[in-house]
Ligand binder design. Structure first.
Ligand SMILES: [Fe+2]
Length: 379
């Protein structure tokens, strides 16, 4: 198989581009307690000419997405230096121009977020002006993540399902802009004030699963992301410089009949030695085609042979609805109703027992119903 081209972005020093200072990463935490251990997948092994190496890679991926639903990805074609350059471009702009009024809709209680959906890719009028000189690089970066990294991942996942290489790319992944129907996010999370920390009890984003196919997140030194482990406890995802943190979305959990796990995760305060640091985050949320209703890929020999796995999550809940003869939501309906009804961790009306929350086995859970599908998630 030919070697996959590495990311080769437009030059950052073209005439007219503002100079961007080098990014100085904050120190990783010294805390070691309560960190998750994740598999690391070397994506460059896909290009090996030795079928045994590629088969071993597919087996390793199979284990990772069944066990954890989260994995580290290395050697995917973007260097740490290339990713760091992108982070600094945003840091400079987002830190120093927060109140231009152009970012209405992107301001977040814990920092700033800017999300590129199809509309933003198509029309610069929807992008902060200070980012215009960098749009060639930002676009090339998102296109590489979607069209190369995500595509190779979906190829591996198709092989795990023993389907043709392009199955998930052609039938499930959305297309049509550098992020398809998903979105690319630049975010800056600031340390929260004492009031907010007390109201949210350290939480910055509730436990949830992502809606789409894969989420690609650059590993950053400030540890805030936590995943819900087999021990039913939250664990921080460790920092692994240069790696992508990949997690499986609900679409792939359902399409795989529960063989892939859409792992529950949340954003929490960092360990104490990072409490005063800002956290920069680059994330690509890859999304499935909006108009389809998610059902298991019955053509998969793996599913035919082993059946579906109903042990957890949204697949099990979708199956209950289908078994009752009712119609499940389309992907678009499913993601839009949840985004429209998302609550903030500081919401003292919804976040209490008897409102959105229940105790299950002594654990506090958010439990809600969307279009007849029950969603139960650890807080
Ligand atoms: Fe998420």
């Amino acid at each position: 198989m030919p070697t996959t081209p590495a990311f080769n972005p437009p030059s950052p020093s073209l005439p007219g581009k503002p100079t961007v200072l080098p990014w100085v990463p904050p120190a990783p935490t010294k805390e070691t307690h309560n960190f998750a251990e994740l598999h690391t997948i070397d994506l460059a092994l896909m290009d090996s000419e030795d079928p045994a190496v590629v088969n071993a890679l597919v087996e390793q991926v199979k284990g990772a997405i069944r066990d954890d639903g989260f994995l580290f990805l290395e050697n995917y074609g973007v260097s740490l230096e290339q990713a760091s350059g992108r982070i600094e471009a945003d840091k400079a702009r987002l830190l120093f121009h927060p109140d231009t009024g152009r970012w209405a809709g992107y301001k977040h209680p814990y920092g700033f977020k800017f999300n590129w959906y199809t509309r933003e890719w198509e029309d610069d009028a929807f992008i902060p002006e200070c980012l215009h000189p960098f749009m060639d690089e930002i676009r090339a970066f998102a296109e590489y993540l979607t069209g190369s990294v995500n595509r190779r991942l979906l190829t591996l996942f198709s092989r795990v399902l023993e389907l043709p290489d392009d199955y998930l790319w052609n039938h499930v992944q959305s297309h049509g802009s550098p992020s398809g129907e998903g979105y690319f996010r630049h975010a800056l999370f600031r340390p929260v004030g004492r009031d907010t920390a007390a109201k949210s009890r350290g939480l910055r984003m509730h436990g949830h699963t992502d809606f789409g196919t894969t989420t690609l997140l650059f590993s950053v030194p400030i540890s805030c992301l936590q995943i819900w482990g087999h021990d039913e406890q939250w664990h921080y995802v460790p920092y692994k410089p240069g790696c992508l943190v990949v997690n499986i979305g609900e679409t792939l959990e359902i399409v795989s009949g529960g063989h892939f796990k859409a792992t529950r995760h949340r954003v929490f305060s960092p360990p104490a030695d990072q409490a005063h640091e800002e956290r920069l985050s680059l994330v690509l949320f890859n999304s499935s085609v909006g108009d389809i209703q998610m059902t298991p890929a019955r053509a998969s020999p793996l599913i035919q042979r082993e059946g579906c796995i109903e042990e957890q999550g949204v697949y099990r809940e979708f199956k209950k609805v289908m078994d009752a003869g009712a119609s499940v939501p389309t992907n678009k309906q499913w993601r839009e109703i949840q985004i429209a009804n998302a609550t903030d961790p500081t919401d003292s009306v919804r976040n209490r027992l008897g409102a959105d929350q229940v105790l299950i086995g002594g654990k506090l859970m958010n439990q809600r119903d969307f279009m007849g599908v029950k969603v139960t998630l650890p807080v």
